[in-house]
Design a protein around this ligand. Sequence first.
Ligand code: ADP
Length: 679
Amino acid sequence: MQNLINLIQASEDWLIRRILKYAKERGYTRYTSTLEEAWRLSIAGLSASLVQGLLYHSQIPDFGPEDDFLTDPLNAFGIVEAKRHRKRGVSLAMFLGLLKYYRQSYVDLIEEKLPDAEQQARSRRFLERSFDRMEIAFCQEWAGHQTEKLITELQAANRLLTNEKNSYLTFFESLNDPALILNTQYEIINLNHAAAAILHPHATPGAYYYSAPVAVRAADSDAAAPETKSSPLIGRNILDPFPWLATILGHFQTTPDRISNLECDGNIGKMHKYFEARFARMMDVSEKTAAIILILRDISDQKQMEAELKKSEERYKSLFENNHTVMLLLDPETAAIVDANPAACKYYGYDRDTLLQIKMSRINTLSEQQLFMEIDRAKKEKRNHFFFRHRLASGEIRDVEVFSGPIAMHGKQLLYSIIHDITQRKIAEDALQKSNQELDDFAYIASHDLREPLRAISNYSLFLLEDYGGKLAEEGRARIETIIRLCKREEDLINSLLHFSRVGRTDLVCKPVDLNVILQDIQETLRPSFPQENVQIHIPEPLPTVACDEIRVREIFSNLIINSIKYNHRPEKIIEVGARKEQSESKAAWIFYVKDNGIGIPQKHLTKIFTLFKRLHSRDKYGGGTGAGLTIVKKIVERHGGRIWVESVLDQGTTFHFTLQGGGEPEDERATVKAQRSY
Ligand code: ADP
């Protein structure tokens, strides 16, 4: 019997096909499951029982009056199935009838697959007996129950079924996406709440199911009898409410695939909407419910976003491609070049394909590690402006100024870089710096060397006046006194020049400086210098702490405050010192100001006052001066990377504004700014 065992075990699919064929032909599928898996379970169970029986009964099984059919392993599956079907309300006749076709399927198998006639006969007899025993067993089981017990069993099964139905109904109604079930003529036979709500915003979940007559609900396929429908959509062709589905419906009809995902668009009321339409043919091997499931997913927002993204990418593309400025798109994670515009290819001397294969570290003279550190720092400090040295394909190294920033492209966070070649500017700047340095050196040496002979002239004039003053006429003495005064003035000028050149020659020592302390100090120092004056210095808000050279910055404030007192004709001299954040720049900068209520400056002189030795008044008016103070202030500000400007209203007052180190925040480390260029 081993051959029969092997045959049964190897023929599961064959048996499923055969029993399905009989069930369909004889109309059993109207009452049975639609899914292949259920049929597979029956065949697998039956085959297992038969194999058990073959192993258990060494002979072809017979019948005897004392036989216990219920404990025979051969019948185990049949008994379980009998109970299950009885609970579902299947009648004994219906069940036995279908079992005859199961038997027939196995008999067919033997007849078709076992070539040996004797073996065939023996196997057939075994099968017939086995099925007979199985039938007796479940008749015994079925009939052994009393009516009351059967009713209780049915009620319990009904409850289970109702719960199951409720959960499927709730699931169907709760689906976010509109779902419709269509018959093969594409008429709507069922739809969920989301689908009904597309056309009828006031549709209520479950309304269709609960208001349809029981008869309609119970029917499997023709539930859409128009006179019983509760939704105006039931029974209508899907193209009635959604004519714009026509094209994709056509596609779906022509494809043999069970599932098709297609996109379409059309009007829902006054709104134009985009949908992803998912068609699925039912997985029904019994061909009882040859329906189609249609799920519509509203993708209008996604479509609009895609269109906007496409537009912006196209805009970017044209800006990128047609720009004469060198532009690169980098991946900040890998430092790979993701895109390069034609100007970049021309500049670096690579074709685009080559550029897209190389990493930025091939172009930047920094090592890969240093480059990543720069990218990291830039991210942290929100910096977008860099100076690098870039290597061209020819090997030539060029100085470049790079403006860079994040950009979301192709669903990734990338880095755009706009590159300007500043090699010529750098050369000019270096030359300017060198020449300025030389000028500073010259001014220093000249003023230093000039001071000695001048002192000698002044001293000798003094000796002349002391030793020979008596012998000279009044006019002679007056002339010598003029020489001494002029020498003093010349010395003041030379000292200013010396100071000015020193500001350009010495390195700045930058560290966090609390400007409140500096201002406090200046006020205390100045008070004895202006004992007669009624001076009020207001600092409305505490000043910040910034990274700067303390001595030089003290000089800025003290120069500006002294001028505010000097060039002030009012009995009550009111000075205000403050700071505010400058928001417009990428890095929030501090702008400081010193404001007075003094004589003011004519508009035409607003820039001239920063010129060396430029005074707007006669030599001794307003307490005198050399006209170098503001030039020195400007130089200190610019050496801190800042800028200075002035606003003034004649007779009402003047306000000087300046920034420091681009408004630098306090830094922990001391930084030394080398003596440098700006004038
Ligand atoms: P000095 O004070 O030695 O003349 P500065 O360079 O400090 O040199 O100033 C240049 C000129 O700018 C001054 O001579 C004065 O005419 C003008 N000035 C500077 N500060 C003020 C101010 N706060 N109000 C009006 N005029 C000013």
